[in-house]
Design a protein around this ligand. Structure first.
Ligand code: CAA
Length: 690
């Protein structure tokens, strides 16, 4: 056998062992090895399929998608398991995901470790189970449960898997030994393909599909997956398999599936820094300065991962309120069944208030999350510099400010960096790690290690105003604001971008964030950072009228008491007309295509500058930021992936079109776009010459 697949004949049981680290993806060597190993099965009474390492098969090998297929295919290997002359039992530990679960369903029986989980996460890759899963799972678990797993993408526990009929037995202890004992008792083959088709309960099926369409707005895979699963109830098994294959092949090479699997790998790459060899320092105690929404969320993110956290606020009342908010957030999670009450209180107890700055003396990492003003941040760092251990790492959670300037005020700038969390920090997975000019490799490696430990997706950014995400957002917001001044209503702009796939339009988003935030930011801009006053004229006037957004019940939209639904406001329409006239503008119809194009081109052009300046390491990092921090639709892959789909020549031509129309101030194409358009290159394929 091969080093990846080996066999052992233990008395009457043939054990097929797969060892393809890290997650036993079902690459062609695995498929080949398992198919070959099955040829010896007739000498045994039963077969057990087992994986070494941390998990059963985590799915098909995604890196093979889009490449020429190498046989045997996954459906072929599963057919070989199914047609094996003696019963086959899968011994599942860790996870059985996607093609991994489909492989298990091709076996006659499944024994699952109590802590293991099984699922069909393919929908997050823009596809659905394409190796018989949509036909076999419903025969065991029924249509509603299969649809839920397929359209949700979330794995279910071992207990649930047994409950719905996907697995036959739970194992406590050694899953391989238990599966062998179980397999020896099974004398008959029990192929799932021979079981009767599931009954069709149209009402619950319709409800499941409607729910998924809402949650996964714009994702074509939902309809495809539903069609394939429903085929299990209306077609014969073989015809159902054929239908599944046909739909699967149509989907897998489509742009949505390519976008989503590119993001899958991008999210695993973004935490890697070329040339960084330093090892992360192991972290014990973590400190957080500031107990507002951000500080509290950061403290919870670390407490959730098992860290003990010291939290301090210069205002003792604010600290008390902050801790109360954290406690009630934990208790409400427990009420919603996300954790037990004991676990909630345990996590809360890990967050300990510090009475003074001295509370940070024993911390390995301290993150500052105080008011976004340089003088306030600088004062915090003076204190931290004084009390923290000399080898502790000090991070600022600033969203815009100059990390190098913050570092310059300390004795040892090499231990300073930015850790820019996104609100709510205990939920949002994106973490921009800002590497200052003097940040040491050890500090950077430790911050990256911390991000992984708390389950975040880190992206490294260089220092600039707003780093990767917020810097790009400026142009996006600018074009949205200008479209309004030129004649689109706020709801036209928001609807156009919502229909493109954004979870919310930029104007409704501004109301949600608070119009005063941008207002204050514009008044404290660092020298050299420019903005377009016309684009924010409406926002500024509204703030001056006391309309700061949702929190004051009115902003660009108005809000009924207790409601977050934006309602268009005639007062704002008149104000727009007034401001537009004051600025000598003639209003005109601005169509949805123009709104979307201008907002996206602004993102792409700034992204290109960020890339060539070396602020982002790679185009896919920018996409990771936008997909995880700003709700860019995953099925469009992120702004730079989207630009590659449009083609650099097209992007350049459209930027030049707006340059002619609106002038060069905001519409000068980034040199990188000019370069890619000239040589037919792509952002994803571009590498900086160092
Ligand atoms: N194919 C190829 N590589 C995979 C993979 C897969 N299915 N799953 C994980 N990997 C790789 C990752 O890219 C990563 O590689 P690097 O170390 O080089 O970055 C490595 O395995 C470890 O992965 P994670 O960092 O994600 O490890 P984790 O412990 O945080 O998570 C996991 C493990 C839950 C299995 C997670 O990797 C995961 O969700 N994997 C994808 C599962 C999936 O979507 N399966 C369905 C595949 S599609 C399919 O099966 C279609 C079909 O029906 C035919």
């Amino acid at each position: 056998m091969t080093d990846i697949v080996s066999t052992e004949l233990r008395d009457d049981c043939l054990i097929i062992r797969v060892n393809n680290p890290p997650v036993n993806a079902l690459g062609h060597k695995v498929r080949d090895g398992v198919t070959t190993a099955l040829k010896d099965a007739s000498t045994a009474k039963c077969v057990v399929l087992h994986c070494e390492g941390r998990t059963f098969f985590a799915g098909a090998d995604i890196s093979e998608f889009g490449k020429p297929p190498q046989g045997p295919s996954l459906p072929d290997m599963i057919a070989a398991l199914e047609n094996c002359p003696v019963p086959v039992t899968a011994a599942i530990h860790g996870m059985a995901l996607g093609g991994g679960l489909e492989t298990a369903l091709g076996c006659d029986y499944r024994v699952i470790d109590r802590k293991a989980r099984v699922g069909f996460p393919e929908i997050d890759l823009g596809i659905f189970p394409g190796a018989g899963g949509t036909q076999r799972a419903p025969r065991l678990a029924g249509l509603p449960a299969t649809l839920k797993m397929t359209l949700d993408g979330k794995p279910v526990s071992a207990a649930q898997a047994v409950d719905i009929g996907l697995c036959d037995g739970i194992s406590d202890g050694d899953v391989l030994e238990n599966a062998i004992a179980f397999a020896r008792q099974q004398t008959d083959k029990r192929r799932v393909r021979d079981m009767s088709a599931p009954p069709l309960d149209q009402t619950s099926v319709d409800a499941e599909i409607a729910n998924a369409k809402k949650r996964r707005r714009g994702q074509v895979a939902v309809d495809f997956a539903a069609q394939a699963v429903l085929a299990s109830a209306t077609l014969t098994f073989d015809a159902g398999l054929e239908k599944e294959r046909e739909l699967f092949l149509e989907l897998i090479d489509g742009s949505q599936a390519r976008a989503m699997r590119t993001l899958f790998f991008a999210e695993r790459l973004s935490g890697r820094v070329e040339g960084l060899t330093a090892r992360p320092v192991s972290l014990g105690l973590v400190g957080v300065v500031g107990s507002g929404t951000m500080g509290g969320g950061i403290a919870m993110a670390f407490a959730n991962a098992g860290f003990t956290v010291r939290i301090y606020d210069a205002n003792p009342d604010a600290l008390r309120t902050g801790l109360e908010r954290i406690r009630s957030l934990y208790l409400s999670s427990a009420e919603k069944g996300r954790m037990s009450e004991a676990e909630a209180l345990d996590r809360y107890d890990r967050i300990q208030p510090a009475e003074s700055w001295d509370g940070f003396a024993a911390c390995d990492l301290v993150i500052e999350a105080v008011f976004e003003r340089m003088d306030v941040k600088a004062a915090v760092f003076t204190e931290l510099d004084r009390v923290a251990r000399s080898d502790a790492i000090l991070a600022t959670n600033t969203s815009y400010l100059d990390v190098d300037a913050i570092a310059a005020g300390t004795r040892n700038p090499s231990r300073i960096l930015g850790m820019h969390f996104f609100s709510p920090a205990n939920v949002m997975r994106l973490l921009e790690i800002v590497r200052g000019k003097k940040t040491s490799d050890a500090a950077l490696a430790t911050a990256l290690g911390a991000a992984k430990q708390i389950g975040k997706i880190p992206v490294v950014s260089g220092v600039c105003h707003g780093f990767i995400g917020n810097r790009m957002l400026k142009g996006y917001g600018r074009e949205a604001g200008l479209c309004v001044m030129e004649g689109a209503s706020p709801q036209d702009v928001d609807k156009a971008l919502f229909d493109f796939g954004m979870p919310m339009g930029p104007l409704a988003m501004a109301d949600l964030a608070g119009l005063d935030i941008g207002y204050d930011n514009r008044r404290s801009l660092t020298a050299g950072v420019d903005y377009e006053p016309l684009a924010s004229a409406l926002h500024d006037r509204l703030v001056e009228m006391g309309r700061k957004g949702q929190k004051t019940g009115a902003g660009i939209y108005q809000y009924e008491p207790g409601s977050r639904t934006p309602v268009p406001d005639p007062v704002v329409d008149s104000l727009i007309n007034e401001l537009s006239a004051e600025n000598g503008m003639t209003q005109r119809p601005v169509l949805p295509d123009e709104i979307v194009e201008r907002c996206l081109l602004a993102l792409i052009n700034e992204g290109a500058l960020i890339l060539e300046e070396g602020i982002a390491q790679r185009a896919s990092d920018i996409d990771v930021v936008y997909a995880n921090g700003y709700g860019f639709p995953r099925y469009r892959g992120g702004p730079m992936f989207h630009a590659d789909e449009l083609g650099a020549a097209h992007v350049l031509e459209r930027i030049e079109h707006y340059q002619t129309k609106f002038g060069s101030k905001w519409w000068t194409p980034a040199p990188l776009i000019v370069e890619l358009a000239a040589n037919g290159g792509t952002f994803s394929g571009w590498k900086r010459d160092n």
